[in-house]
Design a protein around this ligand. Structure first.
Ligand code: 5GP
Ligand code: ZN
Length: 113
């Protein structure tokens, strides 16, 4: 039995607002958006975090970033956007299934908190 909410979203067991789906990845709108556009791109494969990624995941990781870029284009983020991967507790990761945040639609400050 799955105990991972993002696996449940990937499998359609938990509803979400899907932005993109393909054989490797699913993207959906964040339930608690931190910007006008806030989409999460996740691999279908359960990987706990970026630390769990191996050299064999190179093309999957690249795919997640390219999907984020394609969604940014679809969402009309012509003035720019941010792509973020939080890893581990110091990185602010709260869901233990690797995900790429796409944030945009307003100016984003730097550095983040
Ligand atoms: P993290 O803090 O792990 O980098 O990001 C996890 C993100 O997942 C948070 O921005 C949080 O709002 C989002 N999130 C947590 N649970 C759900 C959920 O059930 N559905 C959706 N769409 N987003 C979720
Ligand atoms: Zn998972």
């Amino acid at each position: 039995m799955s105990t991972c909410i993002f696996c449940d979203i990937v499998e359609g067991k938990i509803p979400s607002e899907i932005a993109h789906e393909d054989h490797l990845a699913v993207a959906f709108h964040d339930v608690s958006p931190k910007a006008p556009t806030h989409v999460l791109v996740v691999p279908r494969e359960h990987l706990e975090d970026l630390d769990a990624a191996q050299p064999g995941h190179e093309s999957l990781l690249g795919h997640l970033i390219l999907v984020a870029k394609e969604i940014a284009t679809k969402e009309g983020l012509a003035d720019g956007y941010r792509v973020v991967v939080n890893c581990g507790s110091d990185g602010g990761q709260t869901v233990d299934h690797l995900h790429v945040h796409l944030l945009g639609g307003r100016p984003l400050s730097w550095p983040p908190g």
